[in-house]
Ligand binder design. Structure first.
Ligand code: DMJ
Length: 641
């Protein structure tokens, strides 16, 4: 889904990389050092006191020293006589006064020496420069971080990993296809290498300015979004050195204890989805561990009166809130409704049912609510549990909610019948109220606003072609043929939206108004930001129909991206697809590597690479394996107690 937050961004500046540990350990390390100073001062004051007391006390020759054989200790003497003036001081009169004097002298010297040594040490400390003190604090901090890292690496419970079939390979049958696939791989290398050089560790890349880039969805921290999002694409393309480079960065730098407010949805689909897919493909534990750490940080977002999560959460404080632009303080359907796949996998892998419970709670709540015309509005207030504005769309704000109902069913090995029913009901209402045919015969999905159908379709809604064909098998009253056709119709319409532009790349949204068909009208809707949805639909249609036209259309799109979006420093979006001289927006979106290039690569691969009866792709194209769970419970999983 897209939100205004995803639109080309304001060029908001991000603070420099903070490699420091979380502030709590930092605070602890500072305290440790100052504690040492205080202790030192107390110690030297105490020694001074003892030293002085030695001279001011009554004749010490009357004190007897007992050697306990450990170190020199002054033991109070016992005054055997009655009526002793100071009952706290016990005196024993010793016979050999000379020996005692010598002993006293020795002790005095020792105390003086200790005292001087302590003073010297204190002076040394105080002489240190700020830099030296800082360096000491840094050493302490590093020690704490190291300790934390060792703790973080604690292994999670072992669970039976599902059958992982087709994690690599997919060599196409003929030369032409092989060349095309190689070309897509080369495009991935170009995107990755430039990010590696100019944007490493930043969330995204500005390929023209050749520097890092970020948007508010990732918060104010450098979380390496492109690295995490790209990992599985690198893996399936066999780019192993690049994959290992990304893995190393994640191991050493990806830290979630940052004071940063992120989008729960975006972090879930890109980071948790990306990390889980990388884990399943490579078997590297670190990805699973990081995914779970991050998921824990998202949990406070669910602390609302209804359990519908906030759109944003501060990773450090756990404070959540919603987007200011959302109707009536609402959370967004496509955001809180696009957590299911990743959260079920988290419960599966950790044995902790909390993630599963959170998403099932959302589902139950939605099931109980009245739906105007059977449609789910895009806005729901997490405080009151009431719908906001009655706006329903299969594009931005609604899209992946429907996708995840279908995929919950597929991911459960088709046992989550509740999810399938919700999907079928929703799609029926959408077909009735939102899907129409234009005068020129193009099927489109409009947007429903307060009982009125706006005849406008977003690029994002083009993903639905793939969704319809993916859901064809198992559809109500065996309408598989109908949904295959509907998917193909949507693919055709979206292809038209590309074909009717100067650059052969599709606009952000297009209208069906009188003579205008599949064309953007407003300037602000003419951009293409390297989005994947149309190519995603071509790929699903290719897998289900093997109609060569989808490979042709995919290749057209790849060539257009290569011609108009490729720049020396990577790939950039374009501002107007109707202008033959493109102006670049100077952003290489992380989803270009996660989705657009992955779907293109798969389109020119054979079907045995990530077969769809074993893998389900999350909405960011991260493949997660089908889980054999009984009726949406995790009870068969030995890891869930
Ligand atoms: C991606 O982040 C995901 O596909 C999301 O569901 C919606 N759109 C963007 C890419 O366009």
């Amino acid at each position: 889904m897209t939100t205004p937050a995803l639109l080309p961004l304001s060029g908001r500046r991000i603070p420099p990389l903070n490699l420091g540990p979380p502030s709590f350990p930092h605070h602890r390390a500072t305290l440790r050092l100052s504690e040492k100073f205080i202790l030192l001062l107390i110690l030297s004051a105490f020694i001074t006191l003892c030293f002085g007391a030695f001279f001011f006390l009554p004749d010490s020759s009357k004190h007897k020293r007992f050697d306990l054989g450990l170190e020199d200790v002054l033991i109070p003497h016992v005054d055997a006589g009655k009526g002793a003036k100071n009952p706290g001081v016990f005196l024993i009169h010793g016979p050999d006064e000379h020996r005692h004097r010598e002993e006293e002298e020795r002790l005095r010297n020792k105390i003086r020496a200790d005292h001087e040594k302590a003073l010297e040490e204190a002076k040394e400390k105080l002489k240190k420069s700020r830099e030296e003190i800082r360096a000491e604090i840094q050493t302490e901090k590093n020690k704490v971080v190291q300790e934390m890292k060792t703790k973080e690496k604690k292994p999670l419970p072992a669970v039976p990993i599902p059958n992982l079939i087709g994690t690599h390979g997919g060599d196409p049958e003929d030369n032409d296809l092989r060349e095309k696939r190689e070309k897509i791989k080369e495009m991935m290398k170009h995107a990755w290498d430039n990010y590696r050089i100019y944007g490493w560790g930043h969330n995204e890349l500005r390929p023209i300015a050749r520097k890092g880039h970020s948007t508010n969805i990732f918060g104010s921290s450098q979380m390496g979004a492109t690295i995490v999002d790209a990992l599985d694409t690198l893996y399936i393309m066999g780019l192993h050195d690049e994959f290992r480079d990304g893995q190393k960065w994640i191991e050493n730098n990806l830290d979630f204890s940052v004071n940063s407010e992120v989008s729960v949805f975006e972090v879930n689909i890109r980071f948790i989805g990306g990390l889980l897919a990388a884990y399943y493909l490579s078997g590297e534990e670190i990805f699973k561990i990081k995914a779970v750490q991050l998921a824990e940080k998202l949990l406070p977002a669910f602390n609302t009166p209804t359990g519908i999560p906030w759109a944003m959460v501060n990773l450090k404080s756990g404070v959540g809130r919603n987007w200011g632009w959302a109707s009536a303080g609402s959370s967004i359907l496509a955001e809180f409704g696009t957590l299911h796949m990743e959260f079920v996998h988290l419960s599966y892998l950790t044995g902790n049912p909390i993630y599963y419970k959170k998403v099932m709670h959302i589902r139950k709540l939605l099931q109980k609510m009245d739906r105007p015309n059977g449609l789910y509005p895009n806005y729901l207030n997490p405080r009151t549990g009431r719908w906001g504005q009655y706006h329903t769309s299969v594009g931005g704000l609604g899209d992946s909610f429907y996708e995840y109902l279908l995929k919950a069913w597929l991911m459960s090995d088709k046992t989550d019948h509740e999810a399938r029913k919700m999907y079928d009901d929703a799609i029926e209402a959408i077909e009735k109220h939102l899907i129409r045919k234009s005068r020129g015969g193009l099927t489109f999905i409009g947007e429903w606003k307060n009982g009125h159908l706006e005849k406008k379709m977003g690029h994002l809604a083009c993903f639905a072609g793939g969704m319809f064909v993916l859901g064809a098998d198992g559809s109500r009253m065996d309408q598989a043929g109908h949904y295959l056709e509907l998917g193909a119709e949507i693919a055709r319409t979206c292809h038209e939206s590309y074909d009717r532009t100067a650059l052969k790349l599709g606009p952000e949204s297009f209208k069906f108004d009188g003579a205008v068909e599949a064309v953007a009208v407003r300037q602000a809707e003419k951009y293409y930001i390297l989005r994947p949805e149309v190519i995603e639909t071509y790929w699903y249609l290719w897998r289900f129909t093997h109609d060569p036209r989808y490979r042709e259309w995919g290749w057209e799109a790849a060539l257009a991206i290569e011609k108009y979006c490729r720049v020396t420093g990577g790939f950039s979006g374009v501002k107007d697809v109707y202008s033959s001289t493109p102006t670049h927006d100077d952003v290489q979106q992380s989803f270009f590597l996660a989705e657009t290039l992955k779907y293109l690569y798969l389109l020119f691969s054979s079907d045995d690479l990530l077969p769809l009866d074993h893998w389900v792709f999350n909405t960011e194209a991260h493949p997660l394996p089908v889980l054999h769970l009984a009726n949406t419970t995790l009870s068969r999983n030995p890891a869930v107690r």
